[in-house]
Design a protein around this ligand. Structure first.
Ligand code: HSE
Length: 409
């Protein structure tokens, strides 16, 4: 197929925007040039010639020469308006805005159909790992049963520094911010919203379901105390923030939470800002993708790959969705956790679906057992309670746990 030369209108010139500019100019194979860059702040110093920049979005949206809008700004709502406006004007879109996509995915799916223009977003999920296109194309006819892994670079960087270099949490977070890995509001990273947005996007391409981000339970790494870290070290474990979605019967479940990980677990060796995605399917079984999940050039390269795909008219077909999936999202699952807290009775054995035991150490109490995902959500709103999934455990539907209980009785 003859590749065409694309004219790009770029919105945003921050970490990823500048990364894209760099990788675009270092690569010779991609037939695309940036015509205009829309930015917000007039008083910022820019490293490129002044007339490339505009403060008026219409200069890009109304320019008939611009074929593709590349949206790389921070504000999710403004970003959505840009995406919508671009499609209405017949332009294709590339975006890396996971919050915007997770919050508006179904609408964006409909808008693509309505205006017959594509929206590509490989850079939004796990940075440089080409997971969306693989889910769309490679696993087309396969029976995917789960997708899980490390979906956030900043928190993986922080946990690596805390465990390997005994850095304190605050210093490690500051470094992740200085390196351009963290979101402008780093609470999105450390409280596990950012990996949840990515999981929501991945779920649409894995299972064909559109899930509201607020329906998925997320628990962050911001409450991990020195006592939890000591517990991990004493048991030869590390901690990773794991995002996962899996299918059981007619339901799809999702959860993002920290987990104690054994040294021989594939995620244990994924360090710093690297991400990992493990896909499990009926015939190919387990496959692990590893790559840089954050940073200017790795994310810029994923955005560039989408631009390149547009030169041969690529679009997502949302095959699992369009094949007429009957799967539905549910939170009726439970996970085996080790929950730690200091205030007496903040957590009790009654909170558990299956209580397996407890112990005290270093001024903390620990209780273990299976808890429903909704309980993990409640604890996320209860300061002083920290939840870490038990090593080796995978959440299961409550139905299957009840079945096991009946069989065991
Ligand atoms: N803040 C995100 C992360 C950036 O740390 O993974 C990449 O999406």
């Amino acid at each position: 197929m003859m590749k065409k030369k694309l004219k790009l209108g770029l919105f945003g010139f921050g970490c990823v925007g500048q990364g894209l500019y760099h990788v675009l100019h270092e690569t010779h194979g991609v037939k695309a040039e940036i015509k205009r860059i829309g930015v917000k702040h007039r008083d910022k110093q820019r490293p490129l010639q002044h007339d490339l920049f505009t403060y008026n979005p219409s200069d890009i949206l109304e320019d008939p020469e611009i074929d593709v809008v590349v949206e790389l700004i921070d504000d999710a709502e403004v970003a959505f308006q840009i995406v919508k406006g671009s499609l209405e004007k017949g332009k294709a879109v590339v975006t890396a805005n996971k919050k915007m996509l997770a919050e508006h995915l179904e609408e964006i799916y409909q808008l693509q159909r309505k205006y017959d223009r594509p929206v590509l977003y490989e850079g939004a999920v796990c940075g440089s790992i080409p997971i969306i296109r693989n889910l769309e194309e490679y696993y087309d006819n396969d029976l995917l049963s789960s997708i899980e892994g490390i979906f956030n670079g900043s928190t993986n960087y922080i946990l690596t520094k805390v465990f390997e270099e005994r850095k304190n949490y605050a210093d490690a977070l500051l470094q992740a911010q200085q390196l351009g890995f963290a979101e402008s509001d780093p609470a999105l990273d450390v409280r596990a919203f950012d990996p949840k947005y990515k999981l929501v996007i991945a779920m649409a391409h894995t299972f064909g379901v559109f899930v509201r981000p607020e329906d998925v339970v997320n628990f962050g790494i911001d409450r991990i105390s020195e006592v939890d870290v000591k517990y991990a070290r004493d048991h030869n474990l590390t901690i990773k923030l794991v995002a996962r979605a899996f299918k059981e019967g007619e339901h799809v479940f999702g959860l993002v939470a920290p987990q104690f990980v054994e040294p021989n677990h594939p995620l244990a060796s994924v360090r710093n800002e690297y991400n990992a995605v493990q896909v499990e399917s009926a015939f190919s079984e387990k496959q692990l993708f590893v790559g840089k999940g954050a940073g200017s050039y790795p994310t810029g390269s994923a955005v560039l790959s989408d631009i390149s795909a547009l030169t041969y008219d690529y679009r997502y077909e949302y095959k699992k969705r369009n094949e007429g999936t009957t799967l539905r999202f549910s939170n009726k699952a439970a996970a085996e956790v080790i929950v730690s807290f200091t205030a007496d009775k903040a957590v009790t054995p009654h909170d558990f679906l299956q209580f397996t035991g407890g112990f005290r150490g270093n001024g903390h109490q620990f209780l273990t057992g299976y808890v429903p995902l909704e309980k993990i959500r409640n604890w996320a709103g209860q300061p002083g309670v920290n939840v870490i999934l038990a090593p080796g455990t995978r959440p299961k539907s409550i139905k299957s746990i009840e079945k096991e209980q009946v069989t065991a009785a």
